[in-house]
Design a protein around this ligand. Sequence first.
Ligand SMILES: *Cc1c(COP(=O)(O)O)cnc(C)c1O
Length: 385
Amino acid sequence: MLKDQHILRIPGPSPIPPSVGRAMNQTMIGHRGKETKELLERILPKLKSVFGTKQDVIPVAGSGTAGLEMAVSNAAHPGDDVLVIVSGAFGDRFAKICDAFQLKLHRIDVEWGDTIDPQAVQEYLQAHPEIKVVFATYCETSTGILNPIEQLAKTIHESSDALFVVDGVSCLGGVEANMDEWGVDIYVTGSQKAFMLPAGLMFIAASERAWKVIEDNPQPRFYLDMRVYRKNLEKVSTPYTPALSLLFGLDQVLNLLEEEGLENVYHRHIVMRDMTRAAFKALDIPLLAADEDASPTVTAVRPADFDSETLRSAVKEHFNLTMAGGQQHLKGSIFRVGHMGYCSPADVLQTISLIEIGLVKIGKDIQLGKGVQAAQEIYLQQEEK
Ligand SMILES: *Cc1c(COP(=O)(O)O)cnc(C)c1O
């Protein structure tokens, strides 16, 4: 095995394109000089297209969770009633943050592996008109589902005045975001998932209605005060030293997305999802989520007759292929394959093929190549469309 070859197929961090790696290696510049201003001038408009918004998209140094905390501390006033819809570990994180801010927490819990039912949210909001903010996760990374954000936004706005805050950390950049068109009030994402960068940057954008709530929110906050970032963006600058090397990389990521075309990027992710799912189906290995709920960025697999952890260790040992395990109560019973960001159908074929070898190594009786073939067929069918 090549010791320096790491095949990283977890739902973040994800692999970095070589040109992005080189871009991040640029000589350091002053954060108050004209180079940084020019860098931000290139980056900011392109970020808006990824989010699907006319609003400012604010880059902040911090991991995705800092973005979630920024959303909570800016969108909810002290003591507000808030509704968190929990469809897995990351919805649960939103609830924990709301708890930390001592908000009046309402929760709708969805069975892990299922998506949120807009009807249930509508009924809850009608019965609880005091709710000021609704939080949901777009791709629930822990289960590999994609929640119906467009329908949820519609339902929430029809049945209440609440703001709708969405965690898009594990999918923005890989799936449609359509912030303005769908009516998402606050979107958050991170750098190390579909954005093809190392961890350390998060991005947040707010709608006009959300900015009104944010502007006169007395909630104590300092580094994560969105108002300060917005004020500085007017001068194309940042209040504190930005993560410049990550911004160099981001500049190149946005070039890559533009060259490929966002529509093609989104299509590539859908093809990778369908290839991955077809492979496991062909191998008779159950998937956690239903086809219509599955995320284009990560697939969760729930084997019935072998141990997820044994398979993960086998592919790690033989090929240095890293797959993710389950979180919380799904620990040990599922494994997750990431296919986001710098990942192509060719990578998916490699991953499936290595997983097949891993399955044989752990003693599962499969026909080699069956999963690969199913994935190849999906690729060819997609090409014809
Ligand atoms: C990874 C992830 C986060 C947390 O991001 P960190 O960068 O680890 O803080 C939040 N939400 C979702 C949906 C994620 O996948």
